[in-house]
Design a protein around this ligand. Structure first.
Ligand code: ADP
Ligand code: ZN
Ligand code: ZN
Length: 766
């Protein structure tokens, strides 16, 4: 136990009546033990999960901290020393329930992050800052009113109030005015002045439930596969169990979740339903609201306003929500542990569940922990399960697979065609063969017969490279601050003028008129979504208003996104073009053609998950069509038509892909076959970064036991980002337990900081 000692006599006059351990929010590398402080009588008792201010450091500067443990006994301190005392509470209410504090302790250990910032992550900013709290005046009858004469009207107000049941008092003056049928507040205010009525103020969140368009469609009959998945999972309701619902897109997974939620909340339970990015899948909320018209559904995600987020959170913490739907951070929704009856993680393979800032947690994995703590089942659903979940189910057998092999009745499977782009190169500028003739023709045909088109290209901007036209020169425009090329963007879709931007540090520059090395013409190489948009308009002659582009450059506000999706739903927009955002949850029945413009964007990444990502994206985007009556087609353009993930994804052979991929992972000795931690050093100079990384690698090796492998320090795939030089050291161990044992020792001498990130179970390998 670490204790803060008070040697400043006279600072704390009152004796401490109890003790607490607190976690300071920022700046201190402490783990689950926290710091001990005394509690003066005026603040006793404090509770776990309260936010308080404590004196910190030599100057005793007031600092916010969370109470993480309460003790009656005084800590053992050296003679003459006394524990410092908590200054005050920040809010009276307990902000974090005990089980969430426990979860934070686990996360702090597991993810190698101090506990203070972990706790801070759990609580949405608007809740902490009380955004949207409204103060209301409430009036009630005084208990011992003085004997004074009052007017008839005033008496009528008193009588009205006395006639109300206890549950309806106290109430707002305006409500009382209505009930007493009086036209002004005058009588009420005079009664307060005379002491006949009491008046006090309460501060609370004025919450309301979301209302939006709903989808009530219900299948008449479940398929046998759906029925058996539901029965098997529902038989485990009273204990922890983990399930993988593996079903192709459109196989009716959401229907399975809905039936399970129905059962889970039947007796007052609460269901937690996580999706990758909810603003992209308004359909999920619409379906839940349509199917549970008399249940209360809280929605938690980043596209809400601050006060909406606070409101939704309070609805959950007040125990008013039956279903909580949200993105990654909704895993920390304040659902009472004993009420949590089921956890669902849809599209569990999606990388947006991983937070790429400290604490670098994976929402899916924290959800598993939460279900385990609450002793309830967790269902991970996907058409393309992550290798981690597949490995857990098929090799480690710590979760059960339920398979939906066919698309739901009424849905068709698209015809999938792989186009070899090596044969499609046409005359002219390199990079001009963006759309193959096949895809071009299919776009025209689809639109001609009234269908709609989805086009996927996982690259923003107009052209990913700016280079010299003189091949012997070889100049290419790089970012001044990063080891990456500058991406050409057009200012506006219909203008030629443009600029270049670095996608890693967001620096922008003007495009040079000519090559700075040899003065020859500059050319734009390759294609991003903007260029495809231009080709559709200029070469294919598709009217501008029939094309919409969806990527993080166009998606400013979620209202823009909703109106775009709305127009696409109504058929006003014929072609929706975008980055992987369009591969996520969208389902529009009239999509008859899906085109993957470059299936190779992920395949060449220096990342052991490159094949997995390629498989996922091809397969997810193909799942976006075939929801209507017309036969649908998917065209996949690639320079590697024989690459296994592309062939297998186009045939829908996930099981075979997974087994090949796991064989590769075994040979390469990478996750999920073993567990990984990545230490990333950054520094302002290359030499410093290299030097620090070398000594880090030495230190980690010196404490590694036999089964733990520590790599040498190497420059990251992107060695420089925003003028920081980056090196990493990779640690692997056969099991999570062995890795954690190692990390526990490492933490004693190696502290995570702004210049040393520690990423457990890393997803991004850049
Ligand atoms: P997934 O979540 O696997 O993509 P959904 O649950 O969204 O699949 O189902 C796809 C479509 O099929 C939805 O419109 C859904 O209403 C419908 N559907 C699901 N199950 C059935 C069923 N048993 N019979 C008929 N239609 C179904
Ligand atoms: Zn840059
Ligand atoms: Zn040149």
């Amino acid at each position: 136990m670490v204790c803060t000692l008070d040697s400043m006599a006279g600072l704390f006059d009152e004796p401490s009546v109890s003790y607490v351990q607190v976690a300071v929010e920022r700046g201190i590398d402490q783990f689950q033990d926290g710091l001990t402080y005394g509690v003066p009588n005026r603040l006793h008792p404090l509770h776990i999960g309260q936010l308080v201010t404590v004196p910190l450091g030599k100057g005793n500067s007031p600092t916010q901290a969370w109470v993480i443990q309460t003790n009656e006994l005084s800590p053992t301190l050296p003679k003459g020393k006394e524990a410092k005392q908590v200054f005050d509470t920040v809010r009276d209410t307990i902000l974090l329930q005990t089980d969430l504090v426990e979860l934070a302790k686990w996360m702090s250990q597991y993810y190698y992050t101090p506990i203070g910032p972990t706790l801070a992550t759990m609580l949405p900013g608007p809740v902490r800052h009380g955004t949207g709290l409204v103060t209301r005046q409430l009036v009630d009858l005084a208990t011992n009113p003085p004997q004074v004469s009052i007017t008839k009207k005033q008496q009528h107000v008193v009588d009205t109030l006395s006639g109300l049941p206890d549950t309806e008092r106290p109430l707002e003056p305006s409500t009382l005015m209505k009930l007493a049928n009086i036209g002004s507040r005058g009588p009420i205010e005079r009664l307060i002045d005379h002491g006949q009525l009491t008046c006090h103020h309460v501060t609370r969140v004025e919450a309301s439930w979301f209302r939006q368009s709903v989808d009530t469609s219900t299948p008449e009959k479940l398929t046998d596969e759906q029925t058996s998945a539901i029965e098997n999972i529902a038989s485990t309701f009273s204990e922890y169990s983990s399930h993988l619902l593996f079903g192709v897109t459109g196989s009716g997974k959401t229907e399975v979740y809905i039936r399970l939620i129905e059962k889970a909340i039947a007796n007052g339970g609460v269901a937690l339903y996580l999706v990758p990015e909810i603003s992209l899948t308004p359909q999920t909320a619409a379906r839940l609201m349509g199917r549970f018209p008399d249940k209360r559904i809280a929605v938690l995600h980043s596209a809400l306003t601050k006060s909406q987020r606070h409101q939704q959170w309070c609805l959950v913490s007040d125990g008013k929500a039956d279903i909580v739907l949200g993105a990654r951070s909704a895993v920390f929704a304040p659902i009472q542990e004993h009420q949590l009856r089921i956890v669902i993680v849809d599209e569990e393979h999606d990388h947006s569940f991983k937070q790429e800032q400290a604490p670098r947690y994976h929402g899916r994995d924290v959800a598993i922990r939460r279900a385990w703590m609450a002793k309830c089942p967790i269902v991970l659903g996907s058409a393309t399960p992550s290798m981690e979940s597949w490995w857990n189910a098929t090799y480690r057998k710590i979760s059960t697979v339920h398979t939906l092999t066919k698309r739901a009745p009424g849905l068709s499977s698209p015809d999938i065609e792989v186009v070899d782009m090596k044969h499609e190169r046409r005359q002219g500028e390199i990079g001009s063969s963006v759309l193959s003739e096949k895809l071009e023709r299919a776009i025209h045909q689809t639109i001609a017969k009234g269908g709609q088109v989805l086009l996927l290209l996982n690259r923003r901007g107009f052209a990913p490279w700016i280079a010299c036209s003189n091949r012997t020169c070889g100049w290419m425009m790089k970012c001044d601050h990063c080891d990456s090329s500058m991406v050409y963007h057009r200012r506006k879709p219909l203008e030629q003028a443009g600029f270049v931007r670095c996608h890693h540090c967001s620096t922008e520059q003007r495009v040079p008129k000519q090559c700075p090395d040899c003065s020859k013409k500059i050319i734009q190489l390759g294609a991003g979504t903007q260029r495809v948009e231009a080709i559709l308009r200029e070469t294919l002659q598709i009217p501008n208003e029939q094309i919409a582009r969806l990527d993080s450059d166009t998606m400013g506000k979620s209202s823009d996104l909703h109106s775009m999706l709305d127009k696409f739903g109504k058929g006003e927009i014929k072609i929706l073009l975008g980055t992987q955002m369009i591969a996520k949850g969208l389902d529009f029945p009239n999509v008859q053609l899906v085109g993957v413009i470059d299936a190779d964007t992920a395949i060449d990444l220096p990342d052991f998950r490159a094949a997995e990502r390629t498989y996922q994206i091809v397969s997810q985007v193909c799942g976006r069509c075939g929801r209507g009556k017309e036969t649908a087609k998917a065209i996949i353009q690639t320079f590697s038509p024989h690459a296994s993930p592309i062939i297998l994804a186009s045939k829908g052979e996930y099981t075979q892909f997974a087994s090949e991929e796991l064989t590769f992972r075994k040979t390469a000795q990478v996750p999920p076959v073993l567990r990984m931690a990545r230490f990333i050093i950054r520094d302002r100079t290359f030499e410093n970064a290299a030097g620090r990384a070398d000594s880090l690698a030495d230190r980690l090796s010196s404490i590694a036991s036999e089964n733990v492998v520590v790599s040498t320090a190497t420059a990251c795939v992107l060695p420089r980002i925003a003028d920081w030089f980056r090196f990493d050291v990779i640690v692997t161990a056969p099991t999570s337990k062995e890795l954690q044992t190692f990390l526990k020792i490492a933490r004693k001498s190696v502290h995570a900081s702004r210049d040393l990130a520690v990423d457990i179970d890393p997803i991004s390998m850049l």
